[in-house]
Design a protein around this ligand. Structure first.
Ligand SMILES: NC(=O)c1ccc[n+]([C@@H]2O[C@H](COP(=O)([O-])OP(=O)(O)OC[C@H]3O[C@@H](n4cnc5c(N)ncnc54)[C@H](O)[C@@H]3O)[C@@H](O)[C@H]2O)c1
Length: 267
């Protein structure tokens, strides 16, 4: 299915983005990976056989240049994965809005606007494509924190909810254009982002490998599903939240009060 396709992935120097790149490459795709960390992305690209680009996704100019570079190298992009993301904890002992404006602004740019910029660069071309079937596929790596709260990170919770909102909006507005959107919402995954966090080794919320998230994306594409839930239990939590929002808030407030702070993953 992906043989010869042109794939572009942001924040793919390591972690989930790299795992997705490896899976696309294994299926015969041509993959362009980018990251803000030039040394890391060049090393990774050399290891896995992708093409490397430096791209700070907070900059619309840089995203456009990445897409142009990926297209020059591999042809028109068939699948774009907006994966780069950051998280900042609230100020210790502070309050819900206690994080600095800088951390909120960076989270907004990297976790939300990057997808707006990329879709702005891609959708007009995809709409004009003459091919039958899928004209383009846009994947947003959001988080379970986009459906439920990440306690002790107001900026992560808020911007990942916005990322899910934008993914939904794109899927709705461009379904008739033959553009597919997938929104990936994992709970904890063993990557740099969760380094230093106490690993949950068992149960439905256990830490996954980055490759498990890539597998879930591929399975969801096969089934033509929008929402990608590498931890299936998130669907139960999300349904319970919709059914009884007050009970959900009560439960999360209890979690915030009792949580082992080692389970707060963000750097
Ligand atoms: N690890 C988890 O538990 C988890 C859970 C849910 C969602 N996610 C999401 O998965 C995505 C990938 O994260 P990961 O877990 O692989 O972590 P990671 O830290 O391994 O990967 C994130 C990559 O993004 C890059 N990056 C940071 N700022 C950037 C910028 N401005 N421009 C371009 N690249 C930038 C980093 O250099 C890094 O290589 C993120 O969006 C994250 O929020 C992670």
């Amino acid at each position: 299915m992906y043989s010869g396709q042109s794939i572009a992935i942001t924040g793919a120097g390591g972690g989930i983005g790299r795992a997705m790149a490896e899976k696309f490459l294994a299926q015969g795709a041509k993959v362009a990976i980018s990251d803000i960390n030039t040394e890391l992305v060049e090393k990774t690209a050399a290891e896995i056989g992708a093409t490397a680009f430096t791209c700070d996704v907070a900059s619309e100019e840089a995203i456009t240049a990445f897409i142009q570079g990926a297209e020059a190298a591999n042809g028109p992009v068939d699948v774009f994965v907006s994966n780069a993301g950051v998280g900042f904890p609230d100020e210790p002992g502070g309050h819900a809005a206690g994080g600095s404006n800088e951390s909120w602004e960076l989270s907004w740019q990297i976790n939300v606007m990057s997808s707006v910029y990329a879709s702005r660069a891609l959708i007009p071309g995809w709409k004009k494509r003459g091919q039958e079937g899928v004209k383009g596929r846009f994947v947003i790596v959001a988080s379970a924190a986009g459906l439920l709260a990440q306690v002790y990170s107001g900026s992560y919770t808020t911007t990942k909810h916005a990322a899910v909102g934008f993914a939904e909006y794109m899927a709705i507005m461009h379904k008739a254009d033959g553009i597919k959107v997938h929104c990936v919402c994992p709970q904890y995954v063993k990557t740099n982002m969760t380094k230093g966090m106490t690993e949950i080794k068992e149960g439905p919320g256990k830490h996954l490998e980055a490759s498990d998230v890539a597998d879930s994306l591929f399975a969801a594409i096969e089934k033509d599903e929008f929402l990608v839930l590498p931890h299936p239990v998130i669907k139960d939590y999300f349904q319970a939240k919709a059914a009884d929002p007050d009970n959900y808030i009560g439960g999360m407030a209890y979690r915030a009060k009792t949580i082992d702070k080692g389970h707060i993953p963000l750097q």
